[in-house]
Write a protein that binds this ligand. Structure first.
Ligand code: C5P
Length: 223
């Protein structure tokens, strides 16, 4: 892989808690690539709409909001920091209300158009790993590598539960939120969550994070 020095675009898609973000982040560190968490961008949009009282049904107001807000991703070795108009919202966007809102706002065409535009700018130079739902299908259909990560729903709910510990959310609540989000993300009309025809599918149910990273790294280096 390093023979040509080419800096690839690597797309990683899949449902919530399938292992994408942690693996993408660690792989980016190993390859010295930039990691971009596109889910965080939809989350930041949802937060902006909520805070500024913009209804998701009000198309003109939403359009204006999208033109006005500044979403920045700061790449730090340990992950992304998300700034909304200069304010660090990395923690806030992980809360349950924003998780649901992100999936609701992500069905809206004009929101997706703006996010895809920003994502293409961020990834254009290559040397990037981008994770999300539509990276291999819509954002970078010509990506050098496409992975689609899946895991059984129990494993995913358990992983989410561990991440959310201390926040007063039960495993049952997490499971049902996840089922709702899977359905909403997979059945929407625009850019639904689905595996690109040429993506490599990895089931991470029985894999540790380290195994996932090694698997992907090997694949990229040997191809
Ligand atoms: O990846 P994460 O769970 O943070 O994503 C939050 C939500 O953002 C998803 O449930 C999905 O609705 C939306 N999303 C999307 N397209 C992406 C990334 C995320 O629609 N590329």
């Amino acid at each position: 892989m390093n023979d040509t020095g080419k800096r690839y675009i690597i797309a990683i898609d899949g449902p919530a808690s399938s292992g994408k973000s942690t693996t993408a982040k660690m792989l980016a560190n190993r390859l010295r690539y930039i990691y971009i968490d596109t889910g965080a961008m939809y989350r930041a949009c949802g937060l902006a709409a909520l805070e500024q009282g913009v209804s998701l049904n009000d198309e003109p107001a939403l359009r204006e909001l999208l033109q006005r807000i500044r979403i920045e991703i700061r790449y730090a070795g340990e992950g992304n920091r998300i700034l909304l108009d200069g304010r660090d919202v990395s923690q806030r966007i992980r809360e349950a209300d924003i998780t649901k809102l992100s999936s609701e706002i992500a069905v809206i065409g004009l929101v997706r158009e703006r996010m895809v535009e920003l994502q293409r700018e961020m990834g254009a130079a290559g040397g990037v790993i981008m994770d999300g739902r539509d990276i291999g299908t819509v954002v970078f259909p010509g990506a050098d590598f496409k992975f689609f990560m899946v895991a059984d729903p129990n494993t995913r709910a358990q992983r989410r539960f561990l991440e959310m510990q201390g926040k007063g959310v039960s495993l049952e609540e997490i499971r049902s939120e996840m089922e709702w989000r899977d359905r909403n993300d997979s059945t929407r009309a625009i850019a639904p969550l689905k595996k690109a025809d040429d993506a490599v599918e990895i089931d991470t149910s029985a894999m540790s994070i380290e195994e996932q990273v090694e698997w992907l790294l090997k694949y990229v280096e040997q191809t």
